[in-house]
Ligand binder design. Sequence first.
Ligand code: ATP
Ligand code: MG
Length: 477
Amino acid sequence: MTNPFLNLTYEPAVESLGNEFFDAVPAATFLEHKLRFRNDRLLPMVGLEPSQVRDDDFVEAFGLFHGVRPFLALRYHGYQFGEYNPNLGDGRGFLYGQVRGVNGELFDFGTKGSGQTPYSRGGDGRLTLKGGVREVLAAEALHRLGVNTSRCLSLVETGDALWRGDEPSPTRASVMIRFSRSHIRFGTFERLHYHHQPEQIRQLLDHVIQTYYPEISAPSPEGSAHIAFFQALVERVAKLVAQWMAAGFCHGVLNTDNMSITGESFDYGPYGFLPTYDLNFIAAYFDYGGRYRFGNQPAICRWNLERLQAALGSVIPSKAMTEVLEDYERIYLSHYITLMARRLGISPTLGDRLDLGLREKLVGQTLQCLAQSQWSYPDFFAQLRLNFSPSWQDKADLILENVNLLGADWSAWRSIYQQVLQQLSPESLATVPTVLEQANPLTDLLRPRIETIWQAIAEDDDWDPFHQLVHKLQTGQ
Ligand SMILES: Nc1ncnc2c1ncn2[C@@H]1O[C@H](COP(=O)(O)OP(=O)(O)OP(=O)(O)O)[C@@H](O)[C@H]1O
Ligand SMILES: [Mg+2]
């Protein structure tokens, strides 16, 4: 039997850009290859039927790395915690291959933990098993929460022992395959700018527009396509940040090398979901100044876009980009309000029809109550989903009456929520439970939950809780 992964048609999209953009690298050889996770939900996206793909096919392709060549360690730089770092690049991963999805979009298979490259800087090129498990979980949870995110296709435990300062060591190792729109980062452009290579910037930009912004590339003359691209990216990034903020997600390491040129979220290292609504929540233990704290994400992503603006300045008129950036906050805020209203059961189309300002008022009062009371952020929305009743339209006191909400002016919140519900027609009111179900998963991904499933793996090599959690996250149960 042939391996379906090795029979996919891989398109040399990045490879055809030329050697300036990558280094061909070998994959590491591992002691063991135990498939710990396979994401069957992704297979149909590249035309594969899960039942036709054996575990051994995953191991052969994504653990033993048979078949597809060459593997490309991509070159990039980036601003890390505000400082420019020209010593980056894929130091523990490579672009395995690029595949056209059944929807016509191009997808990357990228590795993490596949060995050293010219960019490893003394690092071991490896990924801890816990790091791999955490990235699988984050991506599935975020996807279900409606965040535009990369996902993990597979996780193979490799049998090596790793030493890390932030995990009890020796610790177990893994290699992950990330399924994403692109591994081209803001930092990919920053590197070309740093080396004064405007021709390559233009070349990469045209590639990005053609591949990931096809709606722009077709009719527009070159100059207008370039600024239209920046405008579309600003919009995608603003919307992505709104998605994180509504999901209660703190990425943790928003360096420009962790910003995708497609506006997709990826690289889930020290992330954290909010236990309670707190703008000062910090996810990464090494983020001493709180640069990447939860509430700073909108501003930091704008700062990152400004760094990209600087890198693109030789190709796109800077003034035009400044004008585009002026719209960032407005796009962010309006999308954030829409998504928060959705978490409260008001679909985007309904939201547009409410009295001006009422939706904003509801979202504002919700956040104020959540902040003051420090009620669980994920549980609050889960309770709304579990308890919603059309009778809330008639009597504010009934709203979450069985939930012991304390510590804030919840009666003001109930009254505004009732006012919103009163503006809905019977048909619109009937849509609320479905919207709540789609927007509010019942299982959180707070740290204690991750630690519990990791404990089962670390102490008993018991993977059942992990797989059960993945299933719950994927289905929103
Ligand atoms: N164990 C390691 N060995 C070698 N290089 C590493 C290691 N860990 C991180 N790096 C490198 O350090 C830089 C920053 O790492 P960061 O954690 O943001 O990226 P990453 O998680 O390795 O990869 P990705 O951004 O694709 O998720 C990158 O250049 C990365 O390749
Ligand atoms: Mg990274």
